[in-house]
Write a protein that binds this ligand. Sequence first.
Ligand code: FPP
Length: 216
Amino acid sequence: MDGNGRWARKRGMPREYGHSVGARVFKAVSTYCQDRGVEYVTTYALSTENLKNRSRQELNAIFLLLKEYIKDALVTAPKRNTRVKFPGDRSAFSPELIEMMDEVEEKTSGYKYLLNIAVNYGGRDEIVRAVNRLIAGGYKSVTEDDITSALDTGNCPPPDMIIRTGCELRLSNFMLWQAAYSEFYFTDTLWPDFGEKDVDAAIEEYSRRQRRFGSA
Ligand code: FPP
């Protein structure tokens, strides 16, 4: 969801305002993705690096938006047949936020469409936690499948396409393991300006890609 801060600054507003519009846009865009038949959507809401390097004020605003999102999802997600999950290391969050995340995950666990909201998420950290889980479970050596299913995202297939907004051409520690064969889509559009026509354009582009998974 890159570009929230720049979008707000351009309007003479604080970065936090960009995040609040960004959260609203995520709700609209994820709903539209489902309308287009996309069953798995993951957003990178807060990286492990963001948590270390953003101001307390900005982080508090993001935590507040997460709580608002969860309160709303408890009502709206079941109506939209939607499961909400929070990949990432939530141990750094307040007990209140952890409890809210647990509650919405549990109450929506049976629904079809998955929305992953990655928070305090880092691809490297996720792999390390997965391997440690396996070691704690008694594994002496591991296979690719073992790691895949021990990841926070063990519940969903790897992303077909990764969209990055806001002119940034990097992966920034997002889904390092899962992205092995993902298609990449970069756009200059700042996240708060991202909308249905941008989803359509990304899907259109995806349909033109040839996925070979190493074949000739
Ligand atoms: C990236 O833009 C965005 C973030 C680091 C935070 C995004 C978090 C939210 C929108 C709130 C919670 C999300 C949901 C779905 C409830 P940036 O700050 O790096 O912007 P910039 O690239 O313009 O500086």
